[in-house]
Design a protein around this ligand. Structure first.
Ligand code: FMN
Length: 183
């Protein structure tokens, strides 16, 4: 697939089917992520593939975060279960911590480039994904479940990978409003 076509086709998938994606395709996308630019060769991105056991623990945590002790109806539970278990793969995107605030900003930019590379690589293989940054991605219990030390790495997103329907078209701002020239 041409790069321009992959860029056009990339969309955030919100509803995944249960169809599996091959590990090979996912590993290829990690290779693409690793080709992203970064200032001073910090290579700040890390990706952790999460298995079903830990997804079950994340699901329980998500229920606590969302409902606390309140009673929950079946359809709400199903919605959260589907979100947690339907995507074929769940990758945790983390950024290596630094006390240097300038580097932290640049490293986040580099990680975003890496995630975009990963997304485009998946699109080229007709696979979709979603970068999510909800409450659960920041909760201290998530770090414990995933065995990620918050003093070493910061979770910058959950990357859900799988097949799903393309979402409705989003109207983008006209180019004339985002591009200008100066003499
Ligand atoms: C840093 C970042 C965080 C995001 N977090 C969420 C999220 O928590 N939940 C969600 O539904 N989408 C999330 N998204 C996806 C955006 O909502 C999505 O990219 C936007 O709606 C545009 O849609 P598109 O990706 O199909 O172009 C995130 C995207 C980025 C770049």
């Amino acid at each position: 697939m041409e790069i321009a076509q992959a860029i056009q086709k990339r969309r955030t998938i919100h509803i995944f089917s249960k169809k599996s994606v091959s590990n090979e395709v996912v590993e290829k996308s990690i290779g693409a992520a690793n080709q992203a630019p970064c200032h001073r060769r910090t290579f700040p991105w890390r990706f952790t593939k999460i298995g079903i056991k830990k997804r079950e623990l994340l699901y329980q945590l998500q229920l606590t975060l969302k409902f606390g002790d309140k009673p929950t109806d079946e359809s709400s539970l199903k919605k959260i279960r589907d979100k947690m278990f339907n995507p074929s793969h769940l990758l945790i995107a983390t950024q290596i911590c630094t006390d240097n605030q300038v580097q932290k900003l640049e490293d986040y930019a580099a990680c975003a480039c890496a995630i975009q590379n990963l997304s485009l690589s998946l699109v080229a293989d007709y696979v979709g994904c979603k970068w999510s940054t909800g409450k659960i991605t920041k909760d201290p219990n998530t770090y414990k479940i995933l065995e990620i030390s918050p003093s070493e790495e910061e979770i910058i997103g959950f990357i859900w990978i799988g097949y799903g329907a393309e979402p409705p078209l989003i109207k983008r701002p006209p180019i004339s409003t985002i591009y200008r020239e100066r003499d």
